[in-house]
Write a protein that binds this ligand. Structure first.
Ligand SMILES: [Zn+2]
Length: 464
């Protein structure tokens, strides 16, 4: 697409973090071609389609550094229930779903992402090959991975941690097939990573195979880390190490590895991870559903770790992730000193743009607005009371931004949403279908697993 957005405000996230007024952004094909004075670009780009950007702000596309779109099927339930969310609900529901059902729920997650101004999702999960097409069809930029384990995650809630090679092989086969089919697909818009699910469900042999697979294809890697006390205890009893210490012993840590959460890391873990150049995919909103996230963010920031932000489960709303992230990070400073105003709002915006791009090794292409970068843009409507008055725009966006501001979304030089109309998804049909699928899947999961029935009377379906 050749497009000239004129007379607009541009939050560049460039080296000087400039916010430009009344200027223009030119898109030629799938790249940003020029950023500058509107009068100049009108002359240099006379044949580009024109779009008035008056009253709008153009930002680098939001990058969600860690999410599981299929788990939209759990929205509005486990956030308010006690118990082990990971192995008691997330793992069983994903196994309960058919391929078609996963496709519907992942598309719902993508739709929410688009409506929240997101251009890129990093989504490690199970059976990803069965719904990668549905996600790719929404027009988003993707980093997908099959989240491998060789300890059966369906049995862990019964305390069973047995290595099952055949179970692990199924994951490795699916991971290889995903990479062969999808890495570099759709003109490079869809890419793959290599994923280990978590330190408590991957044996040393599995970690070694995943490292080899990533090296063979030159891919970045991801894994959860220290996300629950159950994981920490399991790794302690299996290996007499912390989760980070276990990954270190197996030679798994490195700068190409982004680890989600770090919630129960020790200070020594944080120092080790920083030394190895490992990166953090932080999910502050998801992790704060049961109270303020306990991650030792002060130590992590002091150690100079690259921090990217994601939403993790049941939400794709990056505005909420930024707002809660700001609170968690400022509160986290209280571990050693009083809370304050660090990080800045721009620092937090960096976490969903520049830092998140770096977490998938794509900082040369996405995460900032400057000539030569991919044309992945989030366009916000500033004609909203939550955005006025505008004194410091980035502070407005990080503290008070919400999905209702998302005006248009451009990925790879193409509109995915234009003037609030999503162009790649039949929204009405998808919302209806997702409702039917979720109800069906929950009923089937409870039938098959009586031990995971929800708290009495809490699963009531509203007819809307
Ligand atoms: Zn996760």
């Amino acid at each position: 697409m050749n497009l000239l957005i004129t007379d607009t405000t541009v939050v560049t996230c460039d080296a000087q973090r400039r916010v430009l007024e009344r200027c223009a952004v030119a898109i030629t094909g799938d790249r940003i071609d020029a950023v500058g004075e509107t009068t100049e670009l009108l002359v240099t780009h006379p044949h580009h389609e024109r779009m008035s950007g008056r009253g709008l702000a153009v930002l680098p596309g939001f990058i969600n550094a860690h999410t599981h779109t299929v788990l939209t099927s759990l929205r509005g339930t486990v956030e308010d229930w006690d118990g082990d969310v990971i192995y008691r609900y997330m793992s069983p529901i994903s196994y309960t779903m058919s391929d078609a059902e996963r496709a519907v729920m992942s598309a719902l997650g993508c739709l929410e992402a688009i409506r929240s101004g997101t251009t890129t999702l990093v989504d490690p999960f199970r059976h990803v090959g069965t719904y990668a097409g549905a996600m790719a069809d929404t027009g988003l930029r993707l980093w997908l991975s099959e989240s491998c384990a060789d300890i059966d995650t369906r049995k862990i809630r019964f305390g069973e941690y047995t290595i099952d090679e055949a179970f692990g092989q199924i994951f490795l086969d699916r991971a290889r097939a995903l990479i062969e089919t999808w890495h570099g697909a759709r003109g490079g818009r869809v890419n793959c990573q290599v994923a280990a699910h978590a330190p408590d469900n991957c044996s040393p042999a599995m970690l070694a195979k995943l490292k080899e697979l990533a090296a063979k294809h030159g891919l970045t890697r991801t894994c959860h880390l220290a996300q629950s006390t159950g994981e920490v205890q399991a790794v302690r009893s299996q290996h007499d190490l912390t989760p980070a210490g276990y990954l270190e012993r197996e030679g798994f840590l490195g700068p190409d590895l982004t680890l989600a959460h770090w919630t129960f890391c020790t200070k020594a873990d944080v120092e080790l991870l920083a030394q190895r150049g490992a990166q953090l995919a932080h999910c502050p909103a998801s992790s704060s559903r049961r109270g303020l996230h306990k991650v030792p963010i002060g130590w992590i920031r002091d150690a100079g770790v690259n921090i990217a932000i994601g939403t993790d489960n049941m939400s794709e709303d990056m505005f909420q992730a930024m707002a809660i992230g700001l609170i968690v990070h400022r509160s986290g400073r209280g571990r050693d000193k009083e809370g304050g105003t660090s990080p800045s709002a721009q620092d937090v915006l960096d976490m969903i743009t520049l830092n998140a791009a770096r977490s998938v090794g794509a900082e040369a292409d996405i995460g900032a607005i400057r000539p030569g970068m991919k044309a992945d843009l989030t366009i916000l409507d500033l004609a909203h009371p939550a955005m006025r008055p505008i004194i410091r725009l980035v502070s407005n966006i990080v503290h008070y931004g919400h999905p209702g501001l998302a005006h248009s979304v451009i990925v790879d030089g193409e509109f995915v949403m234009r003037d609030r109309k999503v162009l790649t998804v039949d929204e009405e049909a998808l919302l209806a279908e997702a409702e039917i699928v979720t109800r069906r899947v929950w009923e089937r999961m409870i039938d098959a697993n009586p031990d995971i029935a929800p708290p009495a009377g809490e699963l009531r379906w509203l007819d809307v």
